[in-house]
Ligand binder design. Structure first.
Ligand SMILES: [Zn+2]
Length: 512
């Protein structure tokens, strides 16, 4: 046989499309060419495959070898195709049985000795296969990856994952050598009992207003801005938001893990079912934040999908960088176009932003510690554009704790995350039953249908909108927060009291 076909997958966040590796051996002057990969990567892959085959005691065929990776227009990183290329050459030259490659998918980078190196995106690869075969009657393939990457891949239910140390061990298995059989790995399970504990809300001293705002934000998935002096507890509160959100369901957990697995930060089984919490530094570029590069890579907003994106020191971010967040925050997805490639990444994250009220941080402090002139303080706030602020549903001020509050810290611990999370989960259930999504994700027409308060509330909302000069977008944001507050209270129709609380989250900030 002089033609072999091996199946593999390309890495891509949230999906991992199938790649077919065809290997053809022909008579003629010996050569080794690979098509479907960029030039440099072809050269490197050729050298690794040749050395690995020879060092594992296989014959490297003296023929014209042509390898084709299809489809041609997919983004491909070469290393992971070393293993399928090597197996294709072995099958085409009769050194392993061709039928041993059927109903199986392979990926892994070879070292020159034939060892299989850990790979990025093993979880994403198995997820991609699981999704593709979930809707077809075809037999689900077994997946073979480097042993070091097999544990994360084995977390995906319904697919057998095998890990191999090196090419020699894998080929012995494929040749059916007794005693050389590899066994499928079994992940501990997809149970939720091994999620690491996240920081608890009970550790936060004082700040009843901010704790309440955090609860409302968690319940409706609303974006949140906290303004306050250094040390007021903004970062502490933000870090506790993921612990208040409902646990991820299977589909969400798979999606999140697949995104992380295919990214440069990677995925470890201990992150299973953990809502991501990403806190990029304010020096981040727009590529780091929303994604980019060639081939397109996901940014922080995608890594935070289904979790929390925390931007501390919001005005220190480059204004242009912040502007690129506007659209994905609204749409819950981001499309990146680079040269010939276009990628669509999920980005349904909850934004939590924090900032000082002025460059020195102490504006409004009763002790008069602020040294900033009014112009400097105003310029600091102007760095945030109106359209971005419009999109932040809940905006609160967080005063510094008084010495009395600090000394009372041991006396009174606040509610625990578990207590608050139970109320949040109940309010989320109401939303999902009513409209199939969180209140934040309602569009204008849907908000008109389900969020309208009773008459006195409606009047209050209208007059607040006129007084504070809300845009239509800001108005609908408040309306959705009203709905969430009513959901937390178990009310069918929002009342004037619910409206009053939502308006308070949207007053022009007093420091502005
Ligand atoms: Zn100041």
């Amino acid at each position: 046989m002089s033609l072999a076909v091996v199946r593999s997958r390309a890495p891509a966040p949230g999906r991992a499309p199938e790649v077919v590796v065809e290997v053809h051996l022909a008579n003629g002057l010996p050569s080794f060419s690979i098509v479907g990969l960029p030039d440099l990567e072809v050269r490197e892959s050729r050298e690794r495959v040749r050395a690995a085959l020879q060092n594992c005691g296989f014959d490297f065929p003296v023929s014209r070898i042509t390898v084709n990776l299809a489809p041609a227009d997919l983004p491909k990183e070469s290393g992971r195709f070393d293993l399928p290329i090597a197996l294709g050459i072995l099958a085409a030259s009769g050194q392993i049985p061709a039928e041993s490659l059927e109903h199986r998918e392979f990926a892994g980078e070879l070292s020159l000795t034939g060892a299989l190196r850990p790979m990025r995106g093993a979880f994403a690869m198995v997820c991609g296969a699981a999704r593709q075969y979930a809707t077809s009657d075809a037999r689900v393939p077994d997946i073979y990856v480097p042993l070091a990457s097999a544990a994360e891949a084995a977390l995906v239910p319904g697919i057998d994952v095998y890990g191999a140390d090196d090419l020699r061990a894998l080929c012995a298995h494929l040749n059916g050598v007794p005693d050389a059989r590899l066994r499928p790995l079994h992940a501990a399970t997809l149970s939720d009992d091994r999620t690491a504990p996240s920081p608890d809300l009970a550790d936060v001293i004082g700040h009843p207003g901010a704790r309440r705002a955090l609860e409302v934000a968690a319940a409706g998935g609303h974006h949140l801005l906290m303004v306050g002096p250094p040390g007021a507890g903004k970062s502490m509160l933000a870090a506790r938001l993921p612990g208040l959100l409902p646990p991820m369901n299977d589909d969400e957990a798979l999606t999140s893990a697949a995104i992380l697995s295919a990214s440069s930060i990677g995925f470890t089984p201990s992150q299973w079912r953990q809502r991501p919490f990403r806190a990029p530094h304010h020096s981040s570029s727009s590529v780091a934040l929303v994604g980019g590069r060639n081939p397109p890579q996901p940014g922080e907003i995608t890594l935070a999908h289904l979790g929390v994106l925390f931007l501390d020191e919001l005005p220190e971010f480059d204004r242009k960088v912040l502007e690129t967040l506007r659209e994905p925050l609204e749409a819950g997805r981001i499309t990146i176009s680079r040269a010939a490639q276009q990628a669509d990444f999920p980005a349904a994250c909850q934004l939590v932003a924090a900032m000082n009220p002025c460059p020195c941080g102490w504006r409004g402090d009763p002790g008069g510690r602020c040294r900033c002139s009014p112009e400097i303080a105003a310029r600091y706030l102007r760095k945030l554009s109106g359209p971005l602020m419009d999109r932040i549903d809940i905006q609160i001020e967080l005063p510094a704790l008084s010495p009395a509050e600090l000394s009372a810290r041991a006396a009174k611990r606040g509610e625990s995350s578990a207590t608050v999370a139970a109320r949040v989960a109940a309010a989320r259930d109401v939303q999902l039953r009513r409209q199939g999504k969180t209140n934040r994700e309602l569009d204008g027409r849907e908000a008109d249908d389900v969020c309208r308060p009773e008459a006195t509330g409606e009047a209050l909302l209208r007059s607040a909108g006129e007084r504070f000069g809300w845009s239509a977008r800001a108005y609908y944001r408040v309306l959705k927060v009203v709905r969430t507050i009513a959901d937390l209270a178990g009310a069918d129709t929002p009342t004037a009291a619910h409206v009053a609380e939502a308006v308070q989250y949207r007053r022009a900030l007093s420091i502005a």
